[in-house]
Design a protein around this ligand. Structure first.
Ligand SMILES: C[S@@+](CC[C@H](N)C(=O)[O-])C[C@H]1O[C@@H](n2cnc3c(N)ncnc32)[C@H](O)[C@@H]1O
Length: 343
């Protein structure tokens, strides 16, 4: 009874959150009307009602996992509502500039940042037409509200779906002796959920952006810290066979095909034999055929130069080539989850 009440309370909180980001999504969509619209989709596009029904199912699955004590409830960092509103205000204030960049196909503000010189050219671009790409403090501050607005509040629950295979892997193991590396951890949203679930696990986050790692450090406030390392995912400063679990969330669609393969090989290198890879990223063409039109339109609206190749890539074959054996693949709203074991 108490567990079901807890589940209902969790679901109610998540539904409020969803309503808030859905409202922001509608405001941004309305303000973006007519800006660099892609040609009409040739593939099916779901209705908003169908998308929301799926998010509802995602929230319910998440709440049931909490009820069943697979992992704890979602808890965001203790930022005040005022701080959150300030970020939302900043996002809306910056929207006209982002729309101008989208209209003129200008994705080069990142290149002008001093730190861009030392970074790979494929990376120093304005992904999503974000001002400064991933290279500035302002971009790191706005990233989470932007992503949650885009996904109508479903980004966090999609990430949390990666906790389920980890919970199954951890059963009967001593977390104090185990380690997890989150590759391209960004602002640390997944690391925070992993830390809430496993207070004693050794956690490492890798990312190329120092600004995003600083934001990740803030997001971990109040919890045992994770080691945050600025490094390329294709050359991680970690020993062979040193990690029990490797996670990667929303990274691969932003990598060129050859780098995608280097990163997969690198993840295999750092995993211990029998170790777990939990991969979460965008759906690919044909995963949910009735939604393919969304995937078709996405890279035209948001600067995503490698997305078209990504949605047709054979990810499972790529992992197998590195010795990572796929054990389970499933879809989670607009993302797909692939779970592999290192042979
Ligand atoms: C779309 S964001 C995803 C961030 C985070 N995992 C999340 O769930 O929000 C992509 C992240 O990948 C990082 N990134 C992109 N290419 C990288 C590379 N080659 N090595 C390390 N980090 C990279 C970016 O700095 C950014 O933080």
């Amino acid at each position: 009874m108490a567990d079901n009440l807890g589940m209902a309370a969790h679901l109610a909180g998540q539904s409020l959150r969803l309503g808030w980001f859905l409202a922001l999504n509608r405001i941004v969509e309305q303000r973006s009307t007519g800006v660099a619209r892609p040609a009409k989709a040739t593939r099916p596009v779901p209705t908003l009602r169908a998308l929301l029904a799926d998010v509802g199912q995602l929230l319910l699955t998440d709440a049931m996992a909490v009820r069943d004590r697979l992992y704890p409830p979602m808890e965001e960092e203790a930022t005040s509502l005022l701080a959150h509103f300030a970020r939302v205000r900043e996002m809306l204030a910056e929207l006209p500039d982002a729309l101008d960049r989208r209209q003129s196909r200008n994705a080069s503000t990142a290149k002008a940042e001093p730190s861009a010189q030392a970074l790979p050219a494929y990376y120093a671009q304005d992904f999503h037409f974000q001002n400064g790409g991933y290279l500035t403090e302002a971009s790191a501050r706005l990233y989470d509200v932007q992503v949650e607005t885009l996904f109508m509040g479903a980004a966090a629950p999609m990430r949390r779906a990666a906790l389920r295979p980890i919970a199954e892997f951890m059963r009967g193991r001593d977390q104090r002796r185990m380690s997890l590396v989150d590759v391209a951890c960004g602002t640390g949203r997944f690391l925070r959920q992993a830390r809430l679930a496993y207070p004693a696990l050794k956690l490492t986050g890798i990312d190329l952006s120092r600004a995003y790692l600083d934001e990740a450090c803030r997001h971990m406030r109040g919890l045992r810290a994770a080691e945050l390392v600025s490094a390329p995912a294709e050359k991680m400063p970690l020993a062979d066979a040193s990690a029990d679990i490797v996670t990667s969330v929303f990274l691969f669609h932003e990598l060129p095909s050859d780098v995608r393969r280097q990163v997969a090989a690198e993840m295999a290198r750092i995993l211990k034999p029998g170790g777990l890879l939990v991969f979460l990223d965008s759906l690919q063409m044909g995963d949910r055929p009735q939604w393919d039109g969304i995937l078709e339109a996405f890279p035209a609206r948001f600067h995503e130069p490698y997305y078209r190749h990504y949605i047709g890539d054979d990810l499972e074959a790529m992992f197998v080539d590195c010795g990572l054996m796929p054990e389970m693949t499933s879809t989670v709203f607009l993302s797909k989850l692939i779970v592999c074991r290192k042979a």
